[in-house]
Design a protein around this ligand. Structure first.
Ligand SMILES: NC(=O)c1ccc[n+]([C@@H]2O[C@H](COP(=O)([O-])OP(=O)(O)OC[C@H]3O[C@@H](n4cnc5c(N)ncnc54)[C@H](OP(=O)(O)O)[C@@H]3O)[C@@H](O)[C@H]2O)c1
Length: 403
């Protein structure tokens, strides 16, 4: 498709979230190149209505159907002719529209799976922020991408960095490409050095105060437990067709190097930049070109030095559990993702102490027979079973700690 003759049509799934807002900033900067076709939210109709006024998309979707009428009323009052859709069907529709070329998959959690699959089946360029879709159904999503000649470009800053450091023909296999290992960097989050005995008392606000990144609440808690890095190990295995033993997590508290690729000749290529999600977003939107993202240039003199440490798996049990789930294969990562979502939600509600998060996940993995993750039906069934098991376990965990 020629960007000079037609603007590239973009759907932003999860436009009201942190990644969604950053994406719209980059798109606005390049309004001559991109056209916003559809925007979506879960419940935040106020922000979605503002975004519709600013970008005048053809479609807006509210996942919680009962809030769709309110958005329609706001848009009517503003004399906008954006069409309002509701529910998962609406999300799937706007991910697969003919006039859409690129789909930013930035819904948080398992709710992003169906629209991301719809985009893959419609052969779109998918800019994947929603790592949970790959974690819960890596085989299914990758098969759909290959079968329908879709493109999958990573938005996670680490995977986007790896993508930038990989040779062009990496899809033929890492051995063929001369790649020995992926070095996945991790900031370590807000609790990297906090004494372990203080973890039981940490609040959701403390867990959401990431030292380097401003993100949504769920991924912020995932960063604090380092489950985010565990999910990213799994994501890297699917994206770059490799195994967990070839993905080494490297704690790098400054978040300046976003990840590295180690080659068989001993070379290590790294991608550096300020911690600003507009950089990977602009990279994936424009690839193979480069466009301005709005991020400030990295000042190496201010950075001055870079630190690296091995991850402490006794402090960050979630990272160990994620490696084990990926090694177990099948639907173990589906169970892992579901249990983590439940445990994080309860923690954010103030109903589960922080150190219980890995315990709930580990017990859910032991309680649910994961089986194979070979169809959407089986994945949805296992996801539902894992969620109910995790709910029972979180309630028990919360009760035990309160008594
Ligand atoms: N933030 C980052 O810097 C970052 C970096 C790398 C990867 N990611 C990944 O990107 C994804 C989005 O993260 P985020 O930080 O942008 O999250 P966020 O700020 O919480 O935004 C989530 C978005 O998804 C929508 N949403 C939530 N639940 C939904 C549901 N059930 N159905 C449909 N839409 C739903 C939200 O709508 P409402 O606003 O209406 O709730 C919002 O638009 C996550 O998978 C995360 O792991 C984020």
């Amino acid at each position: 498709m020629d960007a000079n003759t037609r603007r590239i049509g973009v759907t932003v799934l999860g436009s009201t979230g942190s990644i969604g807002v950053n994406t719209l900033e980059v798109l606005e900067r390049h309004a001559g190149r991109y056209r916003v076709v559809a925007l979506t939210a879960n419940t935040d109709v106020e922000r979605l209505a503002e975004q519709c006024a600013r970008f005048q998309p053809e479609f807006a979707v509210v996942a919680q159907t009962e809030r769709a009428a309110e958005l329609a009323r706001r848009l009517r009052d503003a004399r906008l002719d954006t069409r309002v859709l509701g529910g998962t069907d609406g999300l799937e529709t706007v991910a697969a529209l003919e006039q859409v070329d690129y789909v930013m998959a930035a819904i948080v959690g398992a709710a992003g799976l169906l629209p991301t699959l719809a985009a893959a089946r419609a052969g779109k360029r998918i800019l994947l922020a929603n790592k949970e879709a790959l974690v819960m159904s890596g085989r299914l999503l990758m098969d759909a991408v290959h079968r329908h000649a879709a493109e999958l470009l990573p938005i996670d800053s680490e995977h986007n960095a790896i993508f930038q450091c990989m040779p062009l023909d990496y899809a033929k296999g890492l051995d063929h490409a001369g790649v020995r290992r992926i070095l996945l960097t991790a900031s370590g989050g807000p609790f990297l050095d906090i004494p372990l005995e203080r973890l039981a008392a940490v609040t959701p606000e403390q867990a959401c105060s990431h030292p380097n990144w401003d993100m949504g609440r769920k991924i912020s808690v995932d960063s604090a437990t380092m489950m985010n890095k565990g999910l990213e190990v799994i994501e890297a295995c699917w994206l770059f067709d490799t195994t967990p033993d070839r993905v080494q997590v490297v704690v790098h508290p400054q978040s300046v190097i976003h990840s590295m690729v180690e080659y068989v000749d001993g070379s290590v290529l790294a991608q550096l930049g300020n911690p600003d999600m507009r950089i990977p977003i602009a990279n994936a939107l424009a690839w193979p070109d480069r466009i301005e993202s709005g991020a400030s240039a990295l000042n190496m003199f201010e950075v001055a030095h870079l630190d690296f440490r091995e991850p402490d798996l006794s402090r960050f049990a979630c990272l160990r559990i994620a490696y084990e789930a990926m090694e177990a294969g099948g639907a173990a990562t589906t169970v892992l993702n579901a249990a983590n979502e439940v445990a994080v939600e309860r923690f954010l509600e103030g109903k589960l102490p922080f150190p219980e998060i890995p315990r709930v996940i580990e017990r859910t993995l032991a309680a649910v027979a994961a089986g194979e993750a070979d169809s959407l039906e089986s994945i949805c069934e296992i996801d539902a079973e894992a969620r109910s098991a995790a709910c029972r376990l979180t309630d028990r965990g919360a009760a035990r700690v309160q008594t």
